[in-house]
Design a protein around this ligand. Sequence first.
Ligand code: PLP
Length: 419
Amino acid sequence: MKTSKLAEGLKGSEIIKIAGEVNALKAKGETVYNQTIGDFDSSVFPIPKALKREIVEAYENDQTNYPTANGMEELRETVSSYLANRLGLRYTKDEILISGGARPLIYALYQTVLDLEDTVLYPVPSWNNDAYTYLARNKAVVVETKAKNKFMPTVEDIEPHVQDIALLALCSPLNPTGTTFDKETLLEISNLVITENERRKKEGQKPLYVLYDQIYWQLTYGETAHYNPVELNPDIREYTIFIDGISKAFASTGVRVGWAFGPSHVINKMKALLSHIGAWAPKAEQMAVASYLSQTETVSQYLGYIKQELHYRLKKFYDGFQDLKSQGFAVHAIEPEAALYLTVQFDLIGKTTVDGEQLNSIEEVTSYLLNEAKLAVVPFYAFGASRTSNWFRLSVGTSKKEEIDTIFDLLKKALENLS
Ligand code: PLP
């Protein structure tokens, strides 16, 4: 029986399709190294102990009725100080909106700033912009980024389209690549938006808004620094809406607390929209996160710990791929800068397996790696890149340190078996 055209047209996640193949192998009793998930294994990365205690306490204190529509004042105040102390960004509690994770906020932002048929520009590979564009019934300019730019968009990618778009969706650190904007690139893009908006202002047009998703900003490694458009050129502030939250930096994807911040005229409309959907973070979790994030030392210690653990894994995988590359195998990786992700290339199309079968597509390469090396990774086409892109996302949120050597042993054998 038919449902709405919108519902009928919704596409399932490509990652879930790969999960189907992974589960089929597991059902046969095989061990699979499933590095496909942009989440944590909570037995490896549980939520911070102090946060867990605060959540339990909040329920003990019966914090169980409706939260305020824009989020509990305690949490908005804490987030305001957190942003000031850790990023130097000054946003008042009235410019901050709390929700049940980052997703409802992104959805609400699209609905708030875009009219039907307006155009969004987003780079690919990137996470879920195609779904939000579809849900808001908008058009998209999709810019495919390049390996030489660490898969981050440049001002040259955006400039030809700047007059035609109503929203520019940016993300740094980026899912799926684990790479970040460098300062110059982000400044050039910010200046382009500001110049375009000066033109629109004169003509009385709706401005070009910027979605800046920085949900991974606290997970940067080594020399990598996180930048945001507002610190680089404050004139972009009135057009920029940040997306942020606890899901990734605190391994708390299931706790569901996120926030957006930006100009209050946009934030207030997003609040109005979300209050009908009721996508609030539970009150108890909000009170707990407010209390937890105020514990500066405890939070810094936890961040130090999780960054070290994630970076160790990313570096070990990266070194493993460098090693295989130096032995002449057709693999490559981009040095990890942030988040849970490593960008890996498997240049295997055209190779022949021991059974005499040729690998003719990225789907076949993905299946080969899964069946022969027991390694599950996500091809960039699942993030909107072209079907021929031979780059993949390897996530370490579920990775056990002691398994990584075994993974490389299996991978090496699988690569040796190709000619
Ligand atoms: N933004 C990015 C870039 C993500 O990768 C994800 C999740 O994978 C989200 C937002 C969603 O965050 P949340 O779980 O808080 O809804």
